[in-house]
Ligand binder design. Sequence first.
Ligand SMILES: [Zn+2]
Length: 427
Amino acid sequence: MDSERLDDIVEENEESSKKDPDFVLVEDSDLFESCPDEVSISSECIDELDEEEEQENAKFVKTTRIFWGVLTAISALLLCGLIYMKYIMWNPTDRDLCQDNLFCGSSLAISPDELDDITSTLENSLGIKIEDEFKDEYALLYAVLENDCLTEDEKNVFYGFIDIIKDNPYIDREEAYRSLRNVDVLYKCRPYYFDKTVQGAYSHEFESIGIFEKDEDNLILKHEGIHAIFCNDKTANLPKYFKEGMTELLVNEYFESKPFVELSNYPFEIAGVKILCEVTSPDTVLKAFSTGDMDVIAQDMATITGDIEVARKALDAFGKVFLKHYGELEEDLTYEEIVNECIPVFRGIVTAKYKEEDANRVSYFYNEILLGNIFYDGAYDKYVDDLVEFGSDHKAYFSSKLKNKLASEEIVDKISDDDSKTYKKDK
Ligand SMILES: [Zn+2]
């Protein structure tokens, strides 16, 4: 066996010498001469070869261990880096959130005298006279006055939310106060983990708003500020389309000069919210948004369908339209399959509730047409084409001021070429 091995080695050497011109086989080499007999030479050589092999194996194992060790260390460093980046992204001032609160749930938890003191402080700061019937609502804005993280300009934006608060009997004021008392606004580069279309974001965890683009007229701040007021542990799990549609619709109705069309943010989500408002009522939809309970909408629908499960199934399917649009639907369903689960139920309710010429019924079908664009490529362009063809629907859903304005004067918001057609969003 050993001699065979030697023969093999010789053969290999001969072959190698043919392949490699630089290699010359020396048959009477020192190696052969220094070995007294053939067997002992072979044994030593084999031991040497085994030893080399073991050393090679040990070296390989060591190298592999070092490689995985370095990789694990780099991964751990990257993970720490990401956590740190997220932390400094949302919490740069390293502040402790203030737990002082004037409210318990939706009711004031202070004495009438304390409320009078707060009202006069607010009157002096805002330069206004607060009517008795709105003292509770303004007390919520005392949180803004006390918030040292906000600049005067930012505070003025938040004071502008008073009409949203006045029009909403369902808002959890304790949660809203906590957010307004602590919220910080950070003007930063867009974090790497956000899509390029994301203009801003709100973190309930850190009570921070991030704004990633130039914010003309503070529209991004207004959108994120509304998230701050309404986002709490109860509302956090509302469907994304519903949260964003409601938030942007509130921005439009309370702050925009053209309140009835959406040309840059969440047009389909707004159409979706308006559809739900027509199927039930704006009050029901506002209650669901403020309390985090979508079942309020299903219960309202059931007053017409007579079957709560039919209503829940339709509402759930409606949410899947948007999940499919976002690419987040786990089930393998076509738009047609999803739509068949909700639109016939919605139409049945609307046609049962309203006569053919009723404005609510007209608004429902108008928004159904707008939303229908979501099923096609180039959805946003098709949406704009529909706005140009059909015009905007002048209907206020939540803002009492806008409703009064509509009743007293004609508001025209024609779509012009100057209007932005860039579809943007936030988180
Ligand atoms: Zn948003």
